[in-house]
Design a protein around this ligand. Sequence first.
Ligand code: NDP
Length: 398
Amino acid sequence: MKRVAVLGATGSIGGSALDVIARHPEQFQATVLTAHRNVEALVALCVAHRPRLAVIADPALEPELARRLAAAGLRIDSAAGPAAIIEAAAGSLCDTVVAAIVGAAGLESALAAAHAGKCLLLANKEAIVMAGPLLLEAVRAGGGALIPLDSEHNAIFQCLPRDWPRNAGADPRRPHSGVRKLILTASGGPFRGWSRAQLEKVTPDQACAHPNWVMGRKISVDSATLMNKGLELIEAHHLFEMPVDALDVVVHPQSLVHSFVEYVDGSVLAQLGRPDMRTAIACALAWPERIESGVPPLDLATSAALTFEPPDRGVFRCLDLAVAALRAGGDHPAILNAANEVAVAAFLAGTLSFLEIADVVQAVLEELPGRAVVDVPALYERDATARAAARRFVRHAC
Ligand code: NDP
């Protein structure tokens, strides 16, 4: 029986993870559920999944959480505050952690789980973008494992030779045998094929209406700007220890091929499946076994034709901003991530236009010189500086 902490349980990934877990009560138990402020949804999940502990990130909501759990007749421990989430991620109630908090807010709990030797199922790409080397070092030091949930990285994980995740102590510099390139697929988002002029007045609801995937609002906007693919390139660089020049992106509007691994002999392996995160989640939860995920089979004979095209880097500038941050190294990716989080929040709040997201990210990257990534406190300090700079550029853009 794997005991699973679902961090970000009330979100899109959290819901998909709980759906898979509930299909296999003999194999998995959701022991810890966390949320940010959505007490009502958290309590509803507690009613359905009966965890041992429920944690709400906003400390002011602790009494409400306790009251609602009691009113629902549930004898479940409750806690509140970011520190309680970190403690739960590293604590004895779980051996597996689904890291599905959105944004930099998920970094410390992912690190705590890694340090504690948990099996870390990572959806929270912002954590590895910010602190890739620190997070991977924590996994090695903790002796646990990291399996990616992001569909592209999970696809690559499935197409790579079986020497990954590496055993603790393995030589991290050893290249994957015969791998030449990792090619991430991108749907292109809701604005694929649009011009800059057409994008000038798009609304948050248009940006969040993804053609294939149902996701939280932040990642939906990232998909629309192609920043999501940029963050994923950085994620792939760290996870699979591949140089930036061995990483590529191809737009595949049908979202059925989730990524490719190209080998030196000319073989290209792909993983296919419906655009439903439960496939990647089931793969990661049960690895190396395979379990039913609730995702209907993919019927290739009746599927749309699979098409591929290059991304429009001129219109969707965020992709190259992310590549530039990765090439610049140090804490540039953390600066990129912080600026993007602020810009996306401003766009969702209606105070920044869609095209200005890239402008804000670029301005912050140009203003702040990169530094080496030393430790988590230094990263948080840079994260705060980058956010302050981004807020200033957002105000000027208004
Ligand atoms: P959602 O917005 O749907 O859910 C986010 C979750 O995080 C919610 O449970 C939310 O709680 C919680 N949360 C938000 N802020 C905080 C905070 N400050 N402290 C603690 N918890 C917080 O996001 P998604 O599920 O779409 O995405 C989650 C992560 O997974 C992101 O990093 C995303 O990039 C990644 N991902 C998502 C995919 C998808 O298909 N959705 C695919 C691949 C990766 P509350 O409900 O209370 O606000």
